[in-house]
Ligand binder design. Structure first.
Ligand code: SF4
Ligand code: SF4
Length: 278
């Protein structure tokens, strides 16, 4: 892409909504490549890294975090106005993150349980991905994002081409690495068949099932996989917990969480907690 008219290098901003900062740190953690990135891009606004801030417009705005407060709902509109390309980074920004689990719960009851004066806490009843509020040009998934995918996106911006990010399920990465399938060999529930790749099949490499932090692969048969897990004799609560993680609010995981959550509620409060997916 051509940089903004008065600048020779593409101008980059990194912004934060409701998040833990882990995805922004992936940029700072690039180590071997960070100096090259700083040479080729003007890091114009990155409060996590520097107090020196330069106003927009920007060529690329990376947005981390879910929209969780009225202030953030306004902030994301402003970020969109300032961005030629708006890129969401991480499970919070692309799927709502762990905060979005409140979307199935009583928000006011949570606030009352946690804060002595909930009336001073301004939060929205739902935590939502950025794409529910503004147009998003590209997204990097994961919790946190993958440094290789981040570099690929930055390279694509410099070269003015589409980023080449593999569109496949975690099972493909798992097989390329020659890992033994934990689902088949050990009977451990794994979301790999319906989860977007990018993590390098990290969890199966350590003998545990994938828990979906890169979010659902689209198209992918999440509902079919949840039924297969149930057909193996797993309790609905266990399958529900597996899907109700970092990316629970992203469709089609959301539909599974909603369906199994209803089944769980119907089982009644006395039903034993049989959770434990791995
Ligand atoms: S996606 Fe994960 S690492 Fe990134 S900001 Fe959210 S919680 Fe932190
Ligand atoms: S361990 Fe999980 S990700 Fe790997 S092949 Fe088996 S089901 Fe797929």
């Amino acid at each position: 892409m051509a940089p903004t008219a008065t600048h020779t290098r593409p101008r980059v901003a990194v912004a934060k909504l409701a998040s833990c900062d882990g995805c922004q740190l992936t940029l700072l953690d690039l180590e071997d490549e960070l100096l090259d990135v700083a040479e080729r891009f003007e890091i114009a606004d990155f409060p996590e890294a520097s107090s020196r801030r330069s106003p927009g417009p920007y060529d690329v705005v990376f947005v981390e975090g879910a929209v969780s407060t009225p202030e953030q709902a306004e902030q994301v509109q402003e970020l969109r106005r300032e961005a030629r390309l708006l890129v969401t980074i991480g499970a919070c920004a692309t799927a709502g993150g762990i905060q979005a689990l409140r979307n199935w719960a009583d928000h006011d009851a949570f606030r009352a349980a946690v804060y002595e004066h909930p009336e001073y806490v301004e939060s929205l009843a739902r935590a939502t991905p950025v794409s529910e509020h503004v147009h998003v040009d590209a997204e990097l998934r994961g919790c946190p994002i993958d440094p290789g995918q981040l570099l690929e996106l930055l390279t694509a911006v410099l070269l003015g081409r589409r980023p080449q990010i593999r569109d496949e399920a975690v099972c493909r990465e798992c097989k390329r690495k020659g890992l033994v399938c934990v689902e088949v060999a050990q009977g451990i529930a794994c979301l790999g068949p319906v989860t977007q790749s990018g993590c390098g099949a990290l969890c199966p490499a350590y003998g545990r099932g994938c828990y979906g932090c890169f979010g659902p692969r689209r198209p992918g048969n999440a509902k079919g996989w949840s039924r297969a897990l149930l057909a193996q004799g797993r309790p609905p609560e266990e399958v529900w917990r597996l899907f109700a993680g970092f990316t629970a609010y992203a469709e089609p995981f959301r539909a599974v969480v909603t369906e199994l959550g209803v089944a769980k509620a119907a089982a009644g409060p006395g039903s034993p907690d049989r959770a434990g997916t791995a």
